[in-house]
Design a binder for this molecule. Structure first.
Ligand code: HEC
Length: 160
């Protein structure tokens, strides 16, 4: 009897675990499954309005995932290219940036993207497939990069 109950509990745990996993597509799966050019940032409207709250959230995530080590704390570049000059290596579409961070630059190039030769290559951009798992987190980071680019190129001061 006890064994049977245990079996039911285990079975339930497996089923619940599977459904939870199925409903939450990882950012890497999103990048892999979708057609090139089809991804749209769900925060596009707030991004276009340069929403400071969204920017602050995105910036926090950007810092928490270790991007500043290569691109600088404000995205102005460091040992790797700046992200906020308005000049883009593979283009500026949200779809492209999402794929670049998820796949890394080597796998992005395998999809047919090529560098536009603006900058010298310090190293490849690493894939974040096992580090950023929630698509939402990456969309917020991308929104922040775009808002920060706007501030940088239009000389709009950042929030304190
Ligand atoms: C180990 C260093 C490193 C880390 C960490 C890193 N990047 Fe990069 N990133 C690069 C390099 C190098 C390139 C340029 C790749 C190329 O030229 O092919 C790049 C390119 C980019 C670009 C394109 C820039 C442009 O001008 O078009 C974006 C956007 C970007 N990274 C975002 C991020 C984000 C967001 C994170 C954190 C989640 C991050 N990177 C973490 C090294 C890094």
């Amino acid at each position: 009897m006890v064994e049977r109950r245990l079996a039911i509990v285990l079975w339930l745990a497996v089923v619940l675990g599977l459904t939870a996993g199925a409903s939450a597509e990882t950012a890497f799966e999103t990048a892999q499954k979708s057609k090139v050019g089809s991804l749209v940032n769900p925060y596009a409207a707030q991004e276009a309005a340069h929403d400071p709250e969204l920017a602050a959230e995105g910036h926090k995530l950007y810092s928490s995932f270790g991007c500043p080590g290569c691109h600088g704390g404000g995205g102005g570049g460091g040992m790797c290219p700046p992200l906020t000059t308005g000049v883009w290596i593979y283009g500026d579409s949200d779809d492209t940036l999402f794929r670049l961070v998820m796949l890394g630059s080597i796998d992005l190039q395998k999809l047919g993207f090529s560098r536009r030769g603006f900058r010298n290559i310090a190293a490849p951009m690493p894939s974040y497939r096992s580090i950023i798992t929630k698509p939402d987190d990456l969309w917020k980071i991308i929104a922040w990069i775009k808002i920060q680019t706007y501030r940088n190129t239009q000389n709009v001061p950042s929030e304190p």
